[in-house]
Design a protein around this ligand. Structure first.
Ligand code: FPP
Length: 255
């Protein structure tokens, strides 16, 4: 009997870099605002949290894809400082989801040589999640594959305010003077210290805003917005985003 036809999973269809993408012009750092989980679930008559669950699968494949295609840094917005205002059940679900996924995926992250970082105000997270985050960051800190940064309880304005406070304290202590404060110095006090600024920001579900994400770091980032809801953002969609990116002319303020 002839074997049944089963369509290839998306990740097999795009297992390697699509030929019309130029490997020399790939972004070094991609940032993503993963939006539309709730709408994805609602369209299917499911509870919102099922959108977050499916969105996690999307994220796992995007991370694998960055490794497969040679993109060294991926940063995602998982939980903003404003997200605490969502219904308590949804907040609890998300925080528990992060903790469970971390526990389940740690071995795989090691296998893929992923260096995991969390950025944001981590001290206000539940203790068990904060411990899991610390454990995962310590275990993966020497990995040299993709640097995967998860913004959790993160706000761009709060990040900049905190950097200013710490710099002011250094000045007060006499470690340096006011005129030594430069953009380069300020960057050393941001959570993203050591990472290049994102070359490409992807936002799903059609919203045209940056929502307090990486406000400093996005100064010259190319922005790509797609109407696709996050759980449906597959490798083909990523390919479209990278194609659009490679067609942009980046001038960084010059002519
Ligand atoms: C925005 O969609 C999505 C979030 C606030 C959560 C994103 C989190 C994940 C995809 C899970 C990531 C997992 C790990 C381990 C980092 P929304 O709920 O605002 O959607 P809506 O705009 O349609 O309501």
């Amino acid at each position: 009997m002839a074997p049944e036809f089963t369509p290839l999973p998306t990740y097999k269809k795009f297992a390697t870099l699509p030929p019309n993408l130029d490997p020399a012009k790939l972004p070094r750092h991609v940032a993503v605002i993963m939006d539309g989980n709730g709408r994805w679930a609602r369209q299917r008559g499911l509870p919102r949290v099922m959108g977050h669950r499916q969105g996690t699968e999307t994220l796992k494949d995007l991370l694998r894809c960055c490794k497969d295609w040679g993109i060294p840094a991926l940063t995602v917005y998982a939980f903003s400082t404003e997200n605490w205002q969502r219904p308590k059940e949804e907040v609890n679900f998300l925080l528990l989801l992060f903790e469970n996924v971390l526990g389940q995926e740690l071995a795989e992250l090691m296998r893929q040589d992923v260096r995991l970082q969390f950025i944001g105000n981590l001290v206000d997270l539940p203790a068990s999640l904060a411990e899991q985050i610390q454990r995962s960051m310590t275990l993966t800190q020497n990995n040299r594959g993709v640097t995967f940064t998860v913004a959790t309880n993160y706000g761009g304005r709060q990040e900049i305010v905190q950097a200013c406070q710490r710099i002011a304290m250094e000045v007060q202590c006499g470690h340096f003077s006011v005129d030594e404060i430069t953009a380069e110095l300020l960057e050393r006090y941001l959570y993203t210290r050591g990472l290049p600024d994102p070359d490409l920001l992807i936002r799903t579900s059609g919203e045209m805003r940056v929502s307090n994400f990486l406000l400093w770091q996005l100064a010259y980032t190319e922005i790509y917005v797609t109407p696709t809801l996050w759980p449906d953002f597959d490798r083909e969609e990523f390919y479209r985003a990278l194609l659009a990116y490679q067609q942009r002319e980046r001038r960084f303020g010059k002519i």
